[in-house]
Ligand binder design. Structure first.
Ligand SMILES: Nc1nc2c(ncn2[C@@H]2O[C@H](COP(=O)(O)OP(=O)(O)OP(=O)(O)O)[C@@H](O)[C@H]2O)c(=O)[nH]1
Ligand SMILES: C=C(OP(=O)(O)O)C(=O)O
Length: 212
């Protein structure tokens, strides 16, 4: 089964506010872009991924991620994360192809294509499935078979909501890179320990942690 991933990204200037304990206002937009670039590059290299579509209104992010090979869908301004994901999934199915879709967080800078493949291959057994984040309270991946609606409910406590809404929780060992999203300085430290992609490394992420 080959998946289309939809990746949501808010305007870079507003991104990663919880990282303010580690990176100042001048650095956070560039870090958010680097996280997204490393996430999208790894996803495009994944054997189980047919294509990646980023839903965003940020012009710079759109250009940089399109240059990596991602499709770009404009956000419905002010609609919020879950509406943006549902809109992107519907647009993909209406305009590209009506296959299985999955929502993937844009802040997985340590993402490994092989680990993502194992998760997506496991998800293919279920109508809808999700992977909890490393903290065990959120979600980094939500999948829907071709006959299913995505029905995203991302946000605080999303693990419990996605389970309550009928998605099967995926339980796999050795897929840390698919679970380690970066919201805080501690998350960034954990992602660096896993090994981040070249753009996140070049953005000076390790220096930020060393300064703490
Ligand atoms: N397209 C789109 N993406 C969004 C929207 N809101 C959040 N996102 C993205 O969804 C993911 C999770 O969002 P948040 O945790 O709210 O934002 P964040 O920038 O990751 O972190 P914080 O600012 O610390 O909350 C991130 O990749 C965001 O860029 C939205 O309204 N539209
Ligand atoms: C949106 C989510 O993640 P975060 O806020 O940590 O980016 C989520 O886990 O549903």
């Amino acid at each position: 089964m080959q998946w289309t991933l939809v990746v949501p990204l808010k305007p870079l200037a507003e991104a990663k506010s919880r990282l303010s304990d580690t990176a100042d206002d001048a650095l956070r937009p560039g870090l958010a872009l680097a996280f997204a670039q490393d996430t999208v590059a790894a996803a495009l290299a994944c054997r189980a991924v047919r294509d990646v579509v980023v839903v965003t209104n940020d012009a710079l992010a759109g250009r940089e991620l399109a240059a990596l090979g991602a499709g770009i869908v404009a956000d419905e301004p002010g609609s919020g994360l879950n509406a943006a994901l549902a809109h992107a999934a519907a647009t993909v199915r209406a305009l590209w192809h009506a296959g299985p879709v999955a929502a993937l967080n844009a802040d997985l800078p340590a993402l490994r294509a092989a680990e993502l493949a194992r998760v997506l291959e496991r998800a293919a057994a279920f109508p809808r499935a999700f992977l909890p984040d490393a903290a065990g309270v959120g979600t980094t991946l939500l999948t829907a078979a071709a006959t299913e609606e995505l029905r995203p409910s991302f946000g605080p406590g999303s693990r419990a909501r996605h389970r309550a809404w009928g998605a099967v929780e995926l339980r796999l060992d050795a897929v840390d890179s698919v679970r380690q999203d970066v919201d805080t300085g501690d998350d960034l430290r954990a992602a660096l320990a896993l090994g981040v992609g070249p753009r996140t490394a070049a953005a000076g992420a390790r220096l930020l942690i060393a300064e703490q």
